[in-house]
Design a protein around this ligand. Structure first.
Ligand SMILES: C[S@@+](CC[C@H](N)C(=O)[O-])C[C@H]1O[C@@H](n2cnc3c(N)ncnc32)[C@H](O)[C@@H]1O
Length: 291
C-alpha cells in the first residue's frame, strides 16, 4: 500500500505543482510577519511534495516540521528532497532530525516526525508556527477534525494553506455512459471514514474548512486548482481510472462487471492517447483577521 502510494505521489507531483495557485501562496506570505526563520508545519506530508513546492516560494529562512503516519513515506521525504535539491545545485546535508537544503538566500531545515494525526491533541506541534499547511489532505478528514485544526491554528496565530482538495467534480473525454455513475460512487466513497476524525468531509471539505476557519476569526480565500490531464499524463490517468473503479466497486459490488467494462474502455482511450481527464480541486488559504 505504501509502495503504491509512494508511486502515486511521485506520479502526481508535477500535475499538482502545475495546478497550484502561486497567488494564494504569495497572499499568505504577505500576511506573515516573522523576524527569524519561518516556522512551518506540513500535515500528512507523504513524500514531501508540498515542502518542495513551497520552499522556493516562502521567505528563504524556513524551519519545517513535516508529519505523517507512514515511516516509509517519511524516509522518501529525505530521498526525494535531496534529489530535488541536488538537481538545482543546492547544498544538501543530512541532519540529526532530517535534512538541510541551502542555496544563496534559501536556508531550509526539515524535521520529519512520524505521528498518527487521527487527533490533533499535541499543542506543541502547533506552538510557534507561522504557517500550517497540507496538500491533498482535507478531503480525507472529518468536520470535527477540521474544527479542531482551526482551533489549534488560531491558538498558534498561524496562517494556513491547504492545497489540492478534491471538490467532487471531474470530466472525462471521450465521454462514456458510466462516467457519471462512477463519479457519484467515488464521491460517496469519499465520505467514508479515512481514520482522520470520523466520516470524511470528502468533496465538501473546502466548504467545511471555510466555515471552521471563518468561525475562529480567519479571512478565507479559495482558488480553483484543477488537474488538466492529457496524453502526457497517461500513467497518472491510468492510476486514477483504476483507483476510481476500485472505489466504485467497493460501494457497488453488484455493478462490478459494468465498472470493469468502464475501466477497460477508459484505459483504451488512454492507451490510444485520446483521453483527457479534468479533476477539479480548490486551494484554500486563510489567516487571522486583523481586529
Ligand atoms: C494523498 S496523500 C498526500 C501526501 C502529500 N501531502 C502530497 O501532497 O503529496 C495523503 C497522506 O496522508 C497521510 N495520512 C493519512 N492518514 C493519516 C493519519 N491518520 N495520520 C497521519 N498521516 C496520514 C498518508 O500517509 C499520505 O501521506
Amino acid at each position: 500500500m505504501t509502495d503504491s502510494l509512494a508511486d502515486w505521489l511521485r506520479l502526481r507531483e508535477a500535475a499538482d505543482w502545475e495546478a497550484r495557485s502561486p497567488r494564494l501562496v504569495q497572499q499568505v506570505v504577505d500576511t506573515i510577519a516573522c523576524d527569524g526563520p519561518m516556522q512551518v508545519l506540513d500535515l500528512a506530508t507523504g513524500t514531501g511534495s508540498n515542502v518542495r513546492y513551497l520552499a522556493e516560494r516562502l521567505p528563504g529562512r524556513q524551519r519545517w516540521l513535516v508529519v505523517d503516519r507512514s515511516p516509509d513515506l517519511l524516509a522518501l521525504v529525505t530521498d526525494r528532497t535531496s534529489s530535488w535539491g541536488r538537481a538545482r545545485d543546492y547544498q544538501v546535508d543530512a541532519t540529526a532530525m532530517g535534512l538541510r537544503v541551502a542555496h544563496d538566500s534559501l536556508d531550509c531545515e526539515i524535521e520529519t516526525r512520524q505521528r498518527d494525526l487521527c487527533d490533533l491533541n499535541d499543542p506543541a506541534m502547533f506552538a510557534g508556527r507561522h504557517l500550517v499547511t497540507a496538500s491533498a489532505l482535507l478531503d480525507l478528514v472529518s468536520e470535527s477534525w477540521l474544527r479542531s485544526l482551526a482551533a489549534r491554528c488560531r491558538d498558534a496565530g498561524a496562517a494556513v494553506l491547504f492545497a489540492l482538495t478534491y471538490i467532487g467534480e471531474s470530466v472525462c473525454s471521450p465521454v462514456e455512459a458510466e462516467d457519471e455513475l462512477i463519479r457519484d460512487l467515488l464521491n460517496r466513497h469519499q465520505h467514508t471514514d479515512k481514520g482522520l476524525g470520523g466520516v470524511a468531509a470528502g468533496p465538501g471539505a473546502v466548504a467545511v474548512a471555510e466555515r471552521c476557519f471563518t468561525e475562529v476569526g480567519y479571512q478565507v480565500h479559495i482558488e480553483p486548482t484543477d488537474w488538466n490531464l492529457g496524453s502526457a499524463q497517461g500513467d497518472m490517468q491510468r492510476y486514477l481510472v483504476d483507483d476510481w473503479a476500485r472505489a466504485a466497486g467497493e460501494l457497488a459490488p453488484d455493478l462490478l462487471s459494468r465498472i470493469a467494462s468502464w475501466r477497460d474502455r477508459r484505459r483504451a482511450h488512454i492507451d490510444a492517447g485520446r483521453s483527457r481527464i479534468v479533476v477539479r480541486h480548490h486551494d484554500l488559504a486563510a489567516w487571522p483577521s486583523k481586529s
